[in-house]
Design a protein around this ligand. Sequence first.
Ligand code: NCD
Length: 335
Amino acid sequence: MMKFEGSHILSVSQFDRDAISRILEISSLMAPYAMRKKRCTVLDGAILNNLFFEPSTRTRVSFGAAFNLLGGFVRETVGEENSSLSKGESLFDTARVISGYSDVIAMRHPKMHSVEEFSKGSSVPVINGGDGANEHPTQALLDLFTIKSEMAPFNKNLDNLNITLMGDLKHGRTVHSLSKLLSLYKNVKVTMISPDALQMPDGVISTLTNAGHEVIQTDKIEGNLACDVIYQTRIQQERFASKDEADLYRGHFSLNKETYLQYCKENTVIMHPLPRDSRPDANELDNDLNDLDNLAIFRQAQNGVLVRMALFALTLGVENNLTKFEKPVTWHTAK
Ligand code: NCD
């Protein structure tokens, strides 16, 4: 079994099935704390440094909330312009310094492999919150947690899953990490719908095909949405040379209730890492889907807190002490 305590979480390639089962198991234990049924102060006094050098809402705030929910303190740096990286400091030096002020660090940065480079200077665990178009391991773990819980009522599992990934598969780090994790399961069918220019990188496809999975690449929605899970993505404009180039692809695979009812199965679950681009020219998941039970996007975002709590508990070696540090909740939360 992989040793979590003291380890960096940089890529999903670090995990085997047992490691993932352990993360998902600990994530489930976090539900009463995340739902404010009980408190847990197992990380009382510990410090998370959240370093977000690229825009983020869910990942940044849920990392912080997850740490607070375990009793720890959170400090934050947002935007490269507010850090000494903008004065030419190296990632290594920044890591040496910040890790001296922290027990664990979560980091997002626009450059591929930058979080790994940073981790080399860090004396504490570093968790990758997204490194450019490369990977987003914590998102992939929360996506697996979500698929597992959404499939459970239909007696389905991660094995034998039929999933459709849609949108900007070239630049979308969430679908890169998720595909690599899916390669660990059995008999998965992955349909990839994207414009030709935004296809999934070859390396990710071969991870799936080497594991014996069926991969279909197409630029058509018709006939390709009758799956267990649709995973829609945003055109990653920030990874294109210009807005005009991103405009060429925006809005190609918008999903609304009409397309859903026409092409999906009765129980097809809709996922999206969010943010969904709701501007009229993109509108990749229409608001008319909001009243569908199978729209899992907000449950998915909520699951991020559980999975990030689990990763903090595991990397800081407290996953077996949670109940010892339980306390009652003394206020009323409308949840
Ligand atoms: C994604 C990301 O930043 O890669 N968002 C997230 O972390 N939930 C997806 C995106 O920005 O489109």
